[in-house]
Design a protein around this ligand. Structure first.
Ligand SMILES: NC(=O)c1ccc[n+]([C@@H]2O[C@H](COP(=O)([O-])OP(=O)(O)OC[C@H]3O[C@@H](n4cnc5c(N)ncnc54)[C@H](OP(=O)(O)O)[C@@H]3O)[C@@H](O)[C@H]2O)c1
Length: 305
């Protein structure tokens, strides 16, 4: 494989070492991708928002062309779902046009592009887990901006992977959301707050460490380009997720179920958005259950002995 500058890729112990740029590298998923790829021996270039602004094509081109990566993992995103209703322009600038900018430059460099998308491209009316073959129909500005990003990627370069994931939790916490659901629940229980969580919205909670490992496998195995669903297996409501957190940790919590309609959120959300992958299954790759992933997270964060 040749880089854009014509420099031959290195081989170490017979294995091709490629340069992988990770955009949004200090985010929740981005930081676990940096960790996952560190083990591979590839040259990893973590790029934070201060290194690259995906909304600016000219500077993104300058940054990426200088680095000439063989693969670009784009985790940059505007993830505040309710705020996206009021700041749709900003959500589209990052999630859609930003995705297009990164796709254009990746195409110019002949790099493989990985774009991270979401279960929120679906409307939740299916009542069965969504596969890669289901037709998206987003309900909110965030979902529309991510779907627009998907289309830009698909229409800009062939060498792409679109990874749809859902309800992420990771050690870094979503920088755009100021943490993750598990830590929020634990903090509320520790301060003995009353905790009310919706029991009518169903999803697949997903550990960013597992998602990152799956993306690493996808690239290592050079699976066919296209859309892949990456989420821990199984499904639950947010209330059941919270209940499992307290059950595993043995924490006392004043937890009660609530209804989504009562929250009067600005953004409409799909009420049922678990994901399942028929494509990974074909290649013998499956993700562990969300319960096992949660237990691993709690162990790694030191909540379990
Ligand atoms: N969080 C979820 O529950 C969830 C569910 C499904 C799918 N996803 C998708 O998964 C991906 C990762 O989400 P996450 O939870 O890891 O989010 P995150 O922690 O908020 O990470 C997003 C990253 O993007 C960076 N960023 C924002 N605007 C940028 C710009 N204009 N140029 C370059 N970088 C920019 C942020 O940096 P700064 O913070 O420094 O601005 C941050 O590092 C996203 O594509 C998201 O849509 C997330």
């Amino acid at each position: 494989m040749e880089t854009a500058e014509g420099e031959a890729c290195k081989r170490e112990r017979g294995v091709l070492v490629i340069k992988i740029a990770i955009i949004g590298a200090n985010g929740q998923l981005g930081s676990d991708l940096v960790r996952a790829f560190k083990d591979t021996g590839h040259e990893i270039i973590p790029l934070t928002h201060t290194d690259i602004d995906v909304t600016d094509l000219k500077s993104s081109r300058e940054v990426l062309k200088k680095l000439a990566p063989e693969a670009v993992l784009n985790c940059a995103a505007y993830v505040r779902v309710d705020d996206a209703e009021d700041f749709a322009q900003m959500a589209f600038a990052i999630n859609a046009l930003g995705a297009r900018n990164v796709a254009l430059v990746s195409s110019e460099l002949s790099s493989v592009l990985v774009y991270i998308s979401t279960d929120y491209v679906f409307d939740g009316r299916k009542k069965q887990p969504y596969t890669e073959d289901d037709v998206p129909n987003p309900l909110n500005a965030y979902g529309n901006s991510k779907l627009a990003g998907e289309y830009f990627v698909r229409n800009t370069l062939e060498k792409h992977y679109i990874i749809r994931s859902s309800s992420l939790f990771g050690a870094a916490g979503a920088s755009g959301k100021g943490g993750n659901f598990i830590e929020t629940m634990i903090k509320k229980a520790q301060s003995q707050e009353e905790i009310s969580v919706v029991d009518d919205m169903i999803m697949s909670p997903t550990y960013t460490k597992d998602a990152a490992d799956m993306i690493k496998n996808l690239l290592a195995k050079e699976l066919p380009f296209g859309i892949y669903h990456v989420s821990n297996s199984g499904r639950c409501s947010w209330y059941e997720f919270a209940r499992e957190i307290f059950s595993i940790t043995g924490m006392d919590a004043n937890l009660s179920p609530a209804k989504t309609a009562a929250l009067k959120s600005r953004a409409k959300r799909p009420m049922f958005s678990p994901l399942v992958s028929i494509r990974f299954k074909k290649y013998g790759l499956e993700m562990k259950s969300w319960e096992d992933a949660l237990r691993n997270y709690l162990t790694e964060k030191g909540y379990l002995k």
